[in-house]
Design a binder for this molecule. Structure first.
Ligand code: SAH
Length: 258
């Protein structure tokens, strides 16, 4: 190549070796540091893929029929969302602690809530309670445009970094009290709340598009899953479904330094 020729002409052999050490060796060293540090935590092995298949079979047995949901759960490495020491727990159908006194929802609950949303590709979805980011990833994997709100700064920061590393660049995360919704981006086709509300926040109903669906667990010690469809400007149709147990929907943004 002309450029290479012009570089190497008039150079001694030593200069050439030095040139390669700097031009090739230094960038390679930096890149290898970057890739090995994220690969150490973000490795999806055949074993993980096998465990995921089993989890999908369990969810099918429990009545989850929507193939798009099963495909999303079969695709997303759920163990990336837990501390690496607990990777094997990721494929049990169970909730699990993710720090800051919060939990990643049980896969069955994720699938159940997602099914109630009756997602269409490109639906604009608001999630309240980002937590680990797993539910947001499921929605994004199914083609939704996801806006997700979290009140815990530590979780918000950690999840923002993880979702970026995993390539979910289109998921938009916000550090806010999600009970207020996101008026700036309303209306939403679907709204999903992943923490227990004592009653349905009026802001969320107001930010639903006509025809849109809000899925929210309501109750104190146990919660009833509500599926609320906006049928008109002022009319809503509410269905009360099965019982679940969620962490509470709390007020305000948490102060990590308090
Ligand atoms: N969807 C999450 C699980 C959520 S656990 C996942 O897939 O991992 C419930 C989350 O809701 C917690 O992270 C909690 O901090 C958050 N939360 C509770 N009250 C909230 C509020 N008012 N606004 C936003 N997030 C809230």
């Amino acid at each position: 190549m002309a450029l290479e020729g012009c570089f190497l002409r008039n150079r001694s052999r030593l200069d050439t070796i030095e040139f390669y050490v700097y031009a090739v060796g230094v960038p390679w060293f930096i890149l290898s540091l970057i890739f090995t540090s994220s690969a150490a935590t973000l490795t999806d092995s055949y074993r993980h893929k096998g465990l995921r298949k089993k989890l999908v079979a369990i969810l099918k047995e429990k009545g989850i029929e929507d193939q798009r949901i099963l495909d999303a759960i079969g695709t997303i490495p759920r163990h990336f969302f837990l501390d690496p020491a607990f990777a094997d727990w990721a494929y049990k159908d169970a909730a699990f602690p993710i720090g800051s006194d919060q939990t990643i929802s049980q896969p069955y609950t994720v699938a159940y809530q997602t099914a109630l949303l009756e997602l269409k590709a490109k639906d604009k979805v608001l999630e309240v309670g980002t937590g680990s980011g797993y539910q947001a990833a499921v929605l994004a994997e199914m083609g939704a445009k996801v806006y997700s709100v979290e009140r815990q700064p530590t979780l918000y920061k950690r999840t923002k970094k993880l979702l970026k590393e995993m390539g979910y660049e289109t998921i938009r995360l916000f550090l806010k009290d999600g009970s207020e919704g996101l008026p700036r981006f309303a209306p939403f086709d679907k709204i999903l709340v992943t923490a227990a509300a004592d009653r349905v926040p009026s802001h969320l109903k107001e930010q639903l598009a006509v025809g849109g669906i809000l899925v929210i667990p309501v109750g104190d010690k146990v919660q009833v899953m509500y599926r609320i469809q906006r049928t008109g400007e002022k009319t809503f149709d509410t269905q009360k479904l099965d019982l679940f147990k969620f962490v509470p929907l709390l007020k305000g943004v948490h102060d990590d330094d308090a």
